[in-house]
Design a protein around this ligand. Structure first.
Ligand code: BES
Ligand code: MN
Ligand code: ZN
Length: 466
């Protein structure tokens, strides 16, 4: 899809002209006012649409009225959703050229317009032998061209991440993630199993043990002279989470190719970062492996030693993400960065608590957490803070090691958070649990089923705002 910024979208020859309408308001189209509003009593509630032909009397073949709902309640996030609706409707009509005339919107909608259109344009049909040809090819809009260009890159990074997370685990393997990282044109180092052993990554390697696929520890670097700040972003990269010996029931395993969604997010961010020239150093880190049962798999009761020397008694092999992240956090902190942000499809508990629209965020620095929450809001994502009170560690106490990897069922997202905190040293740190938001089992707002590219927009905007 191409988004073209124009002066007057109504004068473009198009298949559909989309005109906006607040609830109870009027539109720029006389035709729309006459038929939809006066004759058919169309109200313009949020997300409602009304389609009418122009019988060759206009340069656009049809008019699609897009309801924006109450004017006072309208905002950039609703804008994104509404545009996605219009694009999906246009796809149903097999329209190829769609022009938007968005009158009466009082904020700059350029960013959310672009992102909404491109989210709606996404499909994952590479394994379909018959592909639908229902994509909109050209979109015309009056908007700020610079912001559209920026948003387009962000949306491309999201699509990149969605493609990777939608990819079956048989193809999106640790080695494949490493190869993709190496192809991004950044300075990238991939550590194999022996090198991880030398670095003392006993927790990460234990998780990888049950799989015949070799683990890969991936470190990408974006560097600039005199960076204002050094940031590490870590993405959980479990390319398939069977649960290990504590094997998951079939229904819970169905979506577990998505357990590298956070790694996909980090790769998505790193795939476009150079195009923005941010004045910060950014390290993208992924400890990639599979969590499988097998004759060499790690076992409940095993004691693992993480990179920082801390010992962990394995209580449940399905709490594997925090083990891989433990070593990744140690590695990131040893780089001497100012801030470490990890993302992970970490706990079902976070999904139970916050649902599929919001990610949980925790951290050791109030300002960092608050800043990420507000940038998420502006970027079109939702982060909600969960506590990291030390009481959560009580259930992780082990009789024979420094800690266990799981404890009580209750407060599972925070328990995982306090576990991770034990591996953070001398850096501001935030942990974002995207278990609920990364992969949808049914369509939600502008997204189809499957991967959403969770975290990409917020991380990129966070980096760009430094
Ligand atoms: N990858 C899962 C978490 C998950 C669950 C992500 C559902 C997305 C949807 C994680 O590795 C896991 O298995 N967590 C366990 C932890 C438990 C054993 C303490 C969980 O949440 O059940
Ligand atoms: Mn698991
Ligand atoms: Zn997992």
């Amino acid at each position: 899809m191409e988004i073209k910024v124009v002066q007057d979208s109504k004068s473009i020859e198009s298949d559909i002209l989309v005109v906006s309408m607040y609830e109870g308001g009027r539109t720029v189209s006389d035709l729309a006012n006459k038929y939809a509003i006066e004759q058919d009593n169309f109200k313009g509630k949020f997300g409602e649409t009304y389609l009418l032909p122009t019988y060759g009397k206009e340069v656009y073949k049809k008019v699609l009225i897009l309801g924006l709902g109450e004017k006072d309640e309208f905002n950039p996030n609703k804008m994104r959703e509404a545009v996605a609706k219009a694009i999906k409707k246009s796809m149903q009509m097999e329209a190829k050229k769609v022009a938007f005339s968005l009158d009466g919107i009082e904020f700059d909608y350029s960013e959310q317009f672009t992102i909404g259109a491109m989210i709606a344009d996404y499909s994952f049909d590479k394994y379909k032998s018959e592909k639908k040809d229902n994509k909109v090819r050209e979109v015309y809009v009056q908007a700020n061209a610079d912001i559209v260009a920026k948003a387009k890159k962000i949306a491309e990074a999201m699509a990149f991440a969605r493609n990777l997370a939608n990819e079956p685990a048989q193809f999106a393997t640790p080695a494949e993630l490493a190869a993709i990282a190496c192809d991004l044109g950044l300075e990238t180092r991939v550590y194999d199993k022996e090198e991880c052993e030398k670095m003392g990554m006993g927790a990460f390697l234990a998780v990888a043990q049950g799989s015949s696929r070799e683990p890969k520890f991936i470190h990408m670097k974006y560097q600039v002279d005199n960076p204002k700040k050094k940031i590490a972003i870590i993405g959980k990269g479990i390319t398939f989470d069977s649960g290990g010996l504590d094997i998951k029931p079939p229904s819970s395993m169905l979506t577990m190719k998505d357990d590298m969604s956070a790694a996909a997010c980090v790769l998505g961010v790193m795939s476009v970062i150079r195009e923005f020239h941010p004045q910060v150093e950014v390290h993208g880190i992924i400890a990639a492996c599979e969590n499988m049962p097998g004759c060499s798999a790690y076992k409940p009761g095993d004691i693992l030693t993480a990179k920082n020397g801390k010992t962990i008694e394995v209580d449940n092999t399905d709490a594997e993400g925090r083990l891989t992240l433990a070593d990744a956090l140690c590695y990131a902190c040893e780089l001497g960065v100012d801030e470490v942000i990890d993302l992970a499809t970490l706990t079902g508990a976070c999904m139970v608590a916050l649902g599929t629209n919001a990610a949980g965020i925790m951290g050791n620095d109030k300002a960092l957490v608050q800043n990420l929450i507000s940038i998420a809001e502006r970027s079109g994502e939702r982060f909600w803070e969960l506590p990291l009170w030390e009481e959560y560690f009580d259930s992780l106490k082990s009789d024979i090691a420094d800690m266990k990897n799981t404890g009580s069922r209750w407060g599972g997202a925070s328990t995982a958070g306090v576990f991770l905190q034990k591996f953070v040293k001398d850096a501001k740190w935030a942990h974002i649990d995207i278990a609920g938001t990364a992969f949808l089992e049914k369509p939600q707002k502008e997204f189809i089923k499957g991967a959403t590219g969770a975290g990409v927009r917020t991380l990129l905007n966070y980096i760009l705002e430094q």
